[in-house]
Design a protein around this ligand. Structure first.
Ligand SMILES: [Zn+2]
Length: 248
């Protein structure tokens, strides 16, 4: 008589065990695993299109500027010390630059050429991307999505991963956090590159170029503060950092 409920319980248990991992178990390791998969897909796509690491001089320039910044990040953010950073360059004009969890970077030569970035300005761009990674911005974004809509906890993580980049409704609700994260990556990235030895005022000029090249320098975009506002914040921070220690 007890057999049916037992079977029902067994069936329910087996469904739980074979269900995809829910987002509730969200942690940095899971986020890094997902980022590594998405990064690999994008990199493979660029490789198939013969758009990966095609300019050895540009690649070498990025590496020369990047390595000391990564060493500084390992000192300042112990979470990143064990990461195997991976970076690639592309001539693809559709990309600008991005960083993914666990230290996965992509940088577009077209973007740096369009802005005519010198080495200090390129260091600022790279430091901004490094800051996103070491500040665990991907994880914080997923956590915020879970707070906004706890139902995500019952769904597979891969769905949430896709939604933060494609679900317009969710993206709109995440926009305030994204804006904050951009400001934080600007600020902490500039400080990181400055600690690595770059003059703060030269780093800040990256934002001046960004603003000058923008079609709408005074308008916030979906996820970024207005370029003119970013330039003003960077200029003020550079002034503070370059003041003698007694005044700072
Ligand atoms: Zn950013």
């Amino acid at each position: 008589m007890d057999q049916l409920p037992f079977l029902a319980r067994l069936l329910a248990l087996s469904c739980i065990l074979c269900a995809p991992l829910p987002a509730l178990a969200l942690d940095q390791a899971q986020v890094e695993q997902g980022a590594a998969r998405l990064y690999r897909e994008r990199i493979d796509e660029l490789r198939r299109a013969h758009s990966l690491d095609t300019d050895s001089a540009f690649h070498a320039r990025v590496e020369r500027i990047l390595q000391p910044l990564l060493a500084q990040a390992a000192r300042d953010y112990p979470v990143s010390a064990a990461w195997s950073w991976e970076w690639h360059t592309t001539p693809d004009g559709d990309e600008n630059a991005f960083a993914m969890a666990g230290g996965k970077l992509l940088l577009s030569r077209a973007f740096t050429r369009r802005l005519e970035l010198n080495d200090a300005e390129l260091a600022m761009l790279l430091a901004h991307e490094i800051a996103h990674a070491v500040l665990l911005h991907n994880l914080r974004e997923f956590e915020q999505a879970l707070r906004l809509d706890p139902q995500w906890a019952a769904r597979p993580f891969a769905e949430l991963e896709h939604a933060v980049d494609h679900d317009q409704g969710l993206m709109r609700r995440l926009a305030p956090l994204n804006q904050q994260q951009e400001e934080e990556a600007d600020r902490e990235g500039l400080k990181l590159a400055w600690r690595a030895g770059w003059p703060a005022a030269r780093l800040a000029r990256y934002f001046q170029k960004l603003s000058r090249n923008s079609y709408a320098p005074y308008l916030d975009s979906f996820a970024h503060p207005a370029p003119a506002r970013r330039w003003q914040a960077a200029r003020l921070l550079a002034e503070q950092l370059e003041q003698p220690p007694g005044i700072r």
